[in-house]
Design a protein around this ligand. Structure first.
Ligand code: ADP
Ligand code: MG
Length: 562
């Protein structure tokens, strides 16, 4: 029998490092994020092992858990220190010497901590340092006294080898020094470092200090509210103000959403005051008000791809544990994950609004007044793809005036259907400038006479909404001013009107009248038809294009000419 040969892959470490560093990390500054994340993980591990008594005796027991950033402008150095777990000699070799080896993942897999608290697990973050540094030095001492109290220096220029030596007087934890490349000297500036640290790591659990003159102050103050099981109104208020960069205002609606399926999501959303809703002039690229995080660390400040443009006014944070931190526009394999995340989150937001509408219709009307335009825009944009499948949820959120209720009273489409005539298959609507015009229009006559409810739509965008959808539930939308549509005239016969002459024209009278009208209107009409659609008006004009649409097209054309 033949024996199977087993070979190991060989890799050019330097090339691999290059690929890893350059392709994974398109933004130079992300190394700060990665190093802070590792430092935070190291602190979390020590905290955890101490509370579970897995580590009994700790080196430098009095040093608090913290992270410190500093620079040396003259030496072009960036330095990060943490007082966390540190590494033994063997851990150094194993964790920093093997690309794609994650000590943190091992830690999690041994069941040693709450998954959401540990950031790393891909085992490549550390190598992002070689994007900005041509020499990296790691001083470290383990926290576990049982394993020793010796300090080590790991050092590499990223060219495929590293050295390790024993050194004296290393405090507990890890200190990493980056000797910055010529094109990365901006990270030897404390201001830049501080900015990047604040951007990515505002919600890290352990205090992060920047070594400045004077009293050290932690740059991260905010609690990661969305990670909590619940929060008080006071906490939400503060967080909302932090997110919206002002010190006044309060959230109109607040939603905390956490789930483990289909993805592990922890999130928090706020609807800002509808009275100050953003302008309807839809800017092409509005800034999305929700940020994407992964285990507290920011991945994307404006989470487009997760939150659709029409929800850009929503404020909040989505934290998805399954989201890789290197996610970027170029990274196509992440698109499916983003879509899944988006689907779950947007659906939850829309269902939440539906619940709120049921709970307090009056409050909801106030919300609707401010944001209805964006919900409608959502239905229209939805048609084009990405954020599809939300149409029904969006339609449920719309409210309209209708002919059977009084001015100012709004109903939902569901209510319309529930109160419709028996057997009615269509949803009748009328797009018109205002209620007065609608109710006095000949198109409405037979509906008013039958008390058949008609939805009145007063906004320009409504016309596009009804064009973007086929129907709602199993009902079709039909405009009362459209031609050749089935108006279901047989389902609810109006009471016989005997007071006036309602004699039907004979065939020859119809032909004569038709010829006469055509001779007067000529090419302005295509066809003259007789129907029982009207009650007191003698005639109406109908068209494939509704009158309202025609008016809008006219104004569009006029705009073009100017
Ligand atoms: P990841 O964080 O995804 O596991 P990294 O490449 O960022 O991968 O880090 C590799 C491993 O090196 C970590 O899992 C951890 O075991 C170890 N490590 C990195 N930085 C530190 C640190 N500051 N203190 C202790 N261990 C660290
Ligand atoms: Mg890491």
């Amino acid at each position: 029998p033949f024996s199977t040969e087993v070979h190991e892959f060989k890799a050019e470490t330097k090339k691999l490092l290059d690929i890893v560093a350059k392709s994974l990390y398109t933004d130079k500054e992300v190394f700060i994020r990665e190093l802070i994340s590792n430092a935070s993980d190291a602190c979390e591990k020590l905290r955890f092992l101490q509370t579970t008594q897995a580590v009994k005796e700790v080196n430098d027991a009095d040093t608090p858990l913290q992270v410190t950033l500093s620079v040396d402008e003259n030496e072009r150095k960036f330095v990060i220190e943490d007082s966390g777990m540190g590494m033994t000699h063997d851990e150094l070799v194993e964790h920093l010497g093997t690309i794609a080896k994650s000590g943190s993942l091992d830690f999690l897999q041994r069941g040693e901590s709450d998954a959401s608290k540990i950031i790393g697990q891909f085992g490549v973050g550390f190598y992002s340092t070689f994007v900005v540094a041509d020499k990296v030095q790691v001083y470290t001492m383990t926290a576990d006294k049982e394993k020793g109290s010796k300090g080590y220096l790991w050092s590499s220029d990223g060219s495929g080898s590293f050295t390790i030596e024993e050194v004296e007087d290393v405090p507990r934890g890890t200190r990493i020094e980056l000797h910055l490349k010529d094109d990365a000297t901006e990270f030897a500036s404390l201001a830049n470092v501080k900015k990047a640290a604040q951007k990515f790591s505002s919600y890290i659990d352990f205090p992060i200090y920047v070594k400045e003159e004077g009293e050290p102050k932690a740059i991260n103050k905010q609690e990661a509210l969305w990670m909590l099981r619940s929060a008080t109104e006071e906490q939400h208020l503060e967080f909302f103000r932090f997110l919206s960069h002002n010190s006044y205002g309060k959230p109109f609606y607040t939603l905390m959403y956490q789930t483990d399926a289909p993805l592990s999501i922890k999130s928090c959303f706020y609807v800002p005051d509808p009275d100050n809703a953003p302008s309807r002039l839809f800017t092409k690229d509005p800034e999305i008000g929700v940020a994407l995080h992964s285990r507290r660390v920011m991945v994307k400040k404006h989470a487009d791809g997760v939150i659709p443009k029409w929800l850009h006014w929503m404020k909040g944070i989505v934290d998805c544990e399954d989201m890789p931190m290197n996610i970027s526009r170029e990274n196509m394999q992440d698109t499916r994950l983003m879509e899944k995340l988006s689907m779950a989150v947007v659906r939850r937001i829309l269902r939440f609004l539906q619940q709120e509408a049921k709970k307090d219709p009056e409050k909801y009307q106030q919300f609707f007044k401010g944001y209805s335009y964006f919900l409608k825009a959502g239905i229209i944009e939805d048609k084009e793809g990405n954020f599809s499948r939300h149409k029904d949820d969006l339609l449920k959120l719309l409210r309209f005036e209708c002919s059977n209720k009084s001015k100012g009273e709004l109903i939902s489409l569901e209510e319309y259907i529930d109160t419709a005539k028996e057997g009615q298959q269509n949803i009748y609507y009328f797009t018109c400038p205002d209620r007065q015009t609608a109710l006095s229009s000949p198109y409405m006559e037979q509906f008013l006479q039958r008390q058949r409810n008609v939805i009145l739509m007063f906004e320009d965008i409504d016309e596009f909404v009804v064009n973007a959808i086929e129907g709602f539930k199993d009902k079709k939308f039909i405009s009362v001013d459209s031609a050749d549509k089935n108006f279901e005239l047989d389902i609810d016969q109006p009471e016989e009107d005997t007071s006036e002459d309602t004699r039907v024209l004979t065939d020859s009278e119809q032909t004569q009248l038709s010829q006469f009208i055509k001779s007067v209107l000529k090419e302005k009409v295509q066809e003259v038809k007789f129907s029982d659609r009207l009650v007191s008006s003698p005639a109406i004009v109908t068209s494939v294009i509704t009158p309202h649409m025609r008016k809008m097209m006219k104004s569009l054309m006029a705009g073009k000419e100017n």
